[in-house]
Design a protein around this ligand. Structure first.
Ligand SMILES: C[S@@+](CC[C@H](N)C(=O)[O-])C[C@H]1O[C@@H](n2cnc3c(N)ncnc32)[C@H](O)[C@@H]1O
Length: 250
């Protein structure tokens, strides 16, 4: 499977090295991340996010889920833009999916794409208990062919209010070529991990885990392309591992 779940990441975590990756956040310390968790007062209907977070923590690849503060941010963003029709590329156990689903109206929809149904099914009972599973159309398999299929139908062009991309970094530019046509003008595409553990500014001598080094170039290419793309205006945020919001303007 592609994506950032590779090479030496869990091994290094288990050995206690690279402690800075333990919360996949650019925050200066684990204590600050803990502080955010402790001072985050979830409304009653959002207790399920904590439940899914706790469940995900047991997964060896829990590092790949968006951190809790980013989940809160996505939830608020989806509400602020009144999104109804959305896509998520890269679901894992469904943390960002649940944060999005909770923010959508009852008749809102998420087309959720992931190559791995097993991880999605781990989180699914929590999503069902939260009463938002009816908003989710999960499709197992590589995302690109699904996006291509959507684009064969004119009515899908410009039909989506919000698209969250958090999957294989190698394909981010390929995703952008498609998402830009699927999102409506004034809609938002959000690309996750655009600061890539802070490595995007490091020189090649700075030590990084292999998978970070290997995928860094793809993230840098995406960032360059987004900055030059006149169809969007962007906002690059240092929340989580970096998230770039692209608002389609033409
Ligand atoms: C970083 S995780 C997603 C985390 C998720 N957003 C969350 O908050 O828990 C990346 C996911 O992308 C999926 N993935 C990797 N390559 C993919 C592809 N070509 N198409 C669809 N999903 C893919 C992986 O199976 C993995 O579950």
């Amino acid at each position: 499977m592609a994506s950032d779940k590779e090479d030496d990441a869990p091994k290094s975590q288990a050995s206690g090295e690279y402690k800075d990756l333990s919360h996949k956040s650019l925050l200066r310390s684990d204590a600050l991340y803990q502080y955010i968790l402790e001072t985050s007062v979830y409304p009653k209907e959002h207790q399920c996010l904590k439940e899914l977070r706790d469940l995900t923590e047991k997964h060896p690849w829990s590092i790949t889920a968006v951190p809790a503060d980013e989940g809160q941010f996505l939830n608020m963003l989806v509400k602020l833009i009144n999104a109804k029709n959305t896509i998520e590329i890269g679901v894992f156990t469904g943390y960002s999916l649940l944060a999005t689903a909770l923010a959508l109206p009852q008749d809102g929809k998420i087309l959720a794409l992931d190559v791995n149904r097993g991880d999605y099914e781990l989180g699914l009972p929590v999503i069902e208990k939260a009463g938002v599973a009816h908003k989710i159309d999960f499709r197992e398999g590589p995302a690109l062919p699904v996006l291509d299929q959507l684009l064969t139908d004119e009515k899908n062009k410009g039909a989506f209010d919000f698209i969250f991309v958090d999957a294989d970094k190698e394909n981010y530019l390929n995703y952008h070529r498609r998402t830009i046509e699927l999102v409506k003008v004034e809609g938002v595409i959000a690309y996750d991990n655009t600061l890539w553990y802070g490595s995007v500014v490091d020189t090649s001598e700075v030590p990084h885990l292999d998978y970070i080094k290997r995928l860094r170039g793809f993230v840098q290419e995406l960032n360059k392309a987004l900055a030059l793309d006149s169809r969007i205006e962007i906002c690059q945020l240092s929340i989580g591992d970096g998230i770039t919001l692209c608002r389609r303007i033409s």
